[in-house]
Design a protein around this ligand. Structure first.
Ligand SMILES: [Zn+2]
Length: 135
C-alpha cells in the first residue's frame, strides 16, 4: 500500500531520524516522568519544554481496535480498498497510540488484544516509517 512520505520539521525530526535507525522514539518529560506522542512543543502535563527529551521504546504494543476503510478520500489508495486501520497501544505507556495497516492481516479478522512489534519500511530512499506486525 502506498504510504505518505513524511516531511520532518524541527519538532518531528528526532522521531523520523529514529525511524531511520530502526528505533521507535517518543518524547519524554524528565520533570513529569511521562512519555508523549505525537511530539508537541511542550509537555502536556507541566507545560514546559526544557524537560522534554526523546527516549527509545521497546517497539512492542497491543492491538486495541480497528476499522476498515471502503471509500477512502485518498484517491491513490482506492485500489487498495478495503484496507485496515488498526490502533496500537504502546506497551510501556498504553495511552500512546500508533496506527497501522497491519500488512498481511485480513481486514475482517483483526486479533484485537494480540501483541505486535514495530518494524520499519522504506517509503522513499533514505526514509523509513514505522509499521507494525504480529509478534
Ligand atoms: Zn512535564
Amino acid at each position: 500500500m502506498p504510504r505518505p512520505i513524511p516531511i520532518p520539521d524541527d519538532l518531528s525530526r528526532p522521531f523520523w531520524d529514529g525511524c531511520n535507525e530502526r528505533r521507535l522514539l517518543v518524547q519524554y518529560c524528565t520533570y513529569c516522568d511521562r512519555k508523549q506522542f505525537p511530539p508537541e512543543p511542550d509537555c502536556r502535563e507541566c507545560g514546559w519544554h526544557f524537560h522534554l527529551t526523546w527516549i527509545q521504546t521497546t517497539g512492542r504494543g497491543v492491538i486495541i481496535g480497528s476499522s476498515v476503510t471502503y471509500d477512502s478520500r485518498i484517491v491513490a489508495w482506492h485500489d487498495q480498498q478495503p484496507y485496515l486501520n488498526a490502533v496500537i497501544s504502546l506497551e510501556e505507556d498504553p495511552v500512546i497510540h500508533f496506527h497501522s495497516n497491519l500488512p498481511g492481516v485480513p481486514v475482517h479478522d483483526v486479533p484485537v488484544g494480540a501483541a505486535v512489534i514495530v518494524d520499519f519500511i522504506e517509503v522513499t530512499p533514505g526514509q523509513l516509517i514505522p509499521e507494525w506486525k504480529l509478534a
